[in-house]
Design a binder for this molecule. Sequence first.
Ligand SMILES: [Zn+2]
Length: 310
Amino acid sequence: MSFRLNHVHVYVLVHNNEVALFDTGLDISGSLNLLKKDLESIGQSIKAVRVIYITHAHGDHCGMAGLIKKESGAIIHLSSAADVSNRNYSNTDLLIPRVKKFYQAHGLTSQEVDKTIAVFSATRNIVAAFEGDYCLQPNEIREFGKWQFEAVFTPGHSNGHICFYFHKEGILLSGDTVLPHITPNLSPDMFDENFRPLENFLKSLDIVGNLPVEKIYPGHGNVMGNLSARVRELHVHHAERTQLVIKCLGATPKTAFQVALGVFGNDLPDFDKFLALSETYVHLLDLKHKGIIKEEQDGDILFYRFKGSA
Ligand SMILES: [Zn+2]
C-alpha cells in the first residue's frame, strides 16, 4: 500500500483448485497484478476464485473485490452493515456534505475540512465499485472444502466488521479488530449517528478474547499468538486514552478538535488532524452516553463540557 501502513494481507484457502479469498487489498496501480502473481506462485489463478469474504468495508480490505469478481465471477460475502456502508461511502454526493458538516461542527477550519474531504475522496478511489452478493449472519458457519469457519461479528473499528474463526484449527482471521503493535483506528460512521465505535469495539474485543484461539492472522502485521494478552493491552490503551481525554477536556467547554490537540499535540500533519479528531470524538461520545459530559451547540459548532460545570 502507498500509505504509512505499507501492506494489507489477503488470506487464501485452496480446495480442489478452487480459491477462497479473505479480503482483497486495495485497487491501486499494480495491486491486481501482484495478487495474480502471488496466486500463480501457489499454482492458482484469479479465475479460480469462487468466494470472497470481506472483513470490513475499508478500501484496503475490499478495494479489489469488484475487480476479482469481474474476472472470476466470485461471490462476495460480507455483513449487511458493511454492504450498506460500502454503498453509502461510495456515494460521494452523499458523503461529502456529511464529512463537511461533521468535521466543521467539531472544530476543524474550513481549510482543514477541505483537506479532510480530499482524503475521504482519495480513500474511495482505491475501491473498485462492487456490491455484496451474500450477507453473512452473526455466528453463521460457512464451509470451504475441508474448512469450517464462523463469522464472528466484531463492530468497532468499522460498523460491519467481521472476524473469521476456524474452530478446529484455533485460527482467527482478525481483520483490523486485533492488530499487533498498532491500535485499530476508531472513527464515527458518517451515516449512522447511533453507532458508538468505542463501546462496540470493547465488547468485540471481549467476544474474540474469549475464543480459544492459537493463532491470529491480522489484516496488517505478523501472525501472532496470545490473543488474550493483546486484548488486555487494547483495553488498557482505551482506558488510559479515556482518562487523557477527560484531563484534556478540563474545566472549560471545548470542541472535539481542541481536546484532540491536547491528546495528540499541536503539530499534527494534516492527514493526522482528522484522525486525531475522530479518535477523540469517539471517546467523547462514549463519555456523553455515560452521562459524564454533555454536548452543547453554539451556532454550527459543538462543544463538550463536564456535567455540572459552569
Ligand atoms: Zn485495514
